[in-house]
Ligand binder design. Structure first.
Ligand SMILES: [Zn+2]
Length: 437
């Protein structure tokens, strides 16, 4: 069984198997398109039924329904709604899993209460294993066969590294269809033997220990303002109102498409930027030291009535625009592919932004102080570059810091993922096995 090992220190490159996601654009013929739309509608109805079930059970009887209970009721559900028999049973389970994930993040306080979804806001469905679909491709264009819908669809796109397909998610977004396929593969990537510290900040998006400073890309802000304009245009058109039985106007639909297109553009631009920067860093460095970020705290909304609100929203904006979390993820997995590793510097014990990289003298800086100037040894450089230099010295162990637990390892969490669900299911039949022991 393959698994992703984060912060992998082993230098054995031969048996590294990772999971990568490749997205292809789908070009369905009219007949196939009809089936896709039909299946999407059925999955949407199942999703809403899952929500309704949990809601009524909780509100009327005060009991909470879990995923397994819903999954076990699927056969009975199919007796009542025979059209679901045509769809792959694992895809139905995956849709119920979406309900479960929505509730789990709601219960953790990460998002609002799950709501019923309209077809307009329903993206698609997932084939959680290799059953029911087949991809005829070597990672460069090809065909996707969906057995439950009896369709074969042309797809376009290219994978950097191709491998064994494991799951497939069908996505409908802004009038276009996509297949997001995960593959198990052994990636190949070149890297150098450099060591670098990378500091993510608010003033500069990225400051590196070799003195490189990358600011948050301007084009994102540009597209962002275009989005604001287009949304304003959209608000002035007649939107649909189902309670008053008002249909959306043609102009509203057109404006909606425009906004959607711009959102896609921003997402693409950001992803492009993230991957370019990450591969640039990894191409010459096999050891990267970064700060363990508390993104949640950094991007949290300011309290109501707070004077810092303005300041904080600006801060949040630039943080989110850059997509620091995505960038660290990208650096991390590219390092794995190249056989390098990531050192996460514990901010609280090392204090990179308060420490002198030359003599390790610690002194708290004000947010407005852009230049590091040591009062002890007189060392002077950019504030963020100084922080990244401290991270490097920590990572190399050349510093005065205590290197007790320098490399953090990931602890598996209860995420409600497929693997964990299946492990739980496997544990179930224990009664019969007991007489042997
Ligand atoms: Zn100093």
């Amino acid at each position: 069984m393959a698994s992703i090992q984060y912060y992998n220190l082993s230098q054995k490159r031969g048996d590294l198997i990772v999971i990568r996601r490749v997205t292809f654009r789908l070009y369905p013929k009219p007949a196939a398109l009809k089936n896709l739309l039909y299946a999407r509608r059925l999955h949407k109805d199942l999703y809403n039924a899952g929500i309704a079930n949990r809601k009524t059970q909780y509100e009327r009887f005060g009991r909470s329904v879990n995923y397994l209970e819903q999954q076990n009721s699927l056969p009975a559900f199919k007796q009542v709604w025979p059209e679901y028999k045509e769809l792959g049973s694992h895809t139905l389970q995956a849709t119920l899993k979406r309900v479960d994930l929505a509730y789990q993040s709601f219960l953790k306080g990460l998002r609002g209460k799950p709501k019923f979804k309209s077809i307009r806001h329903y993206s698609g469905w997932t084939y959680p294993d290799i059953a029911g679909w087949k991809v005829h491709s070597t990672g460069d264009n090809g065909y996707l066969e969906l057995r439950d819908l009896k369709v074969s669809i042309q797809m376009r796109g290219k994978a950097r590294t191709w491998g064994t397909p494991t799951t497939c998610t069908i996505v409908y977004r802004n009038g276009k269809w996509y297949a997001s396929i995960t593959v198990e593969c052994t990636p190949v990537r070149e890297t150098g033997d450099g060591v670098i510290g990378v500091d993510f900040g608010v003033y500069h998006a990225i400051a590196m220990s070799d003195g490189t400073i990358i600011d948050s890309p301007k084009f994102l802000a540009k597209t962002q303002s275009k989005i604001r304009k287009a949304s304003k245009q959209k608000r002035r058109k007649r939107a649909p109102n189902f309670k008053k039985k008002v249909k959306g106007s043609k102009r509203w639909k057109k404006a909606t498409r425009k906004v959607g297109k711009l959102h896609t553009k921003v997402a693409n631009q950001r992803q492009d930027w993230v991957h370019k920067v990450a591969s640039q860093i990894v191409s010459s460095n096999s050891m990267v030291a970064t700060e363990k970020l508390n993104l949640k705290g950094m991007t949290r909304k300011a309290k109501k009535g707070s004077k810092r609100k303005r300041q904080k929203t600006g801060l949040n904006r630039s943080m989110l625009d850059v997509g620091i979390g995505k960038l660290t993820d990208a650096i991390n997995y590219k390092l794995q592919e190249a056989g390098g590793f990531l050192v996460k510097v514990p901010t609280l014990t090392v204090k990179p932004s308060q420490t002198c990289p030359n003599c390790h003298h610690q002194k708290k800086k004000d947010l407005s102080e852009r230049i590091h100037k040591c009062s002890q040894c007189g060392y002077e450089c950019d504030r963020d570059v100084a922080a990244s230099l401290v991270m490097v010295s920590y990572a190399l162990g050349t510093s005065a810091f205590n290197r007790g637990s320098e490399i953090s390892t990931s602890v598996p969490q209860e995420t409600g993922g497929w693997k964990q669900i299946w492990e739980k299911k496997r544990q179930k039949p224990t009664v019969q096995c007991n007489n042997g022991g």
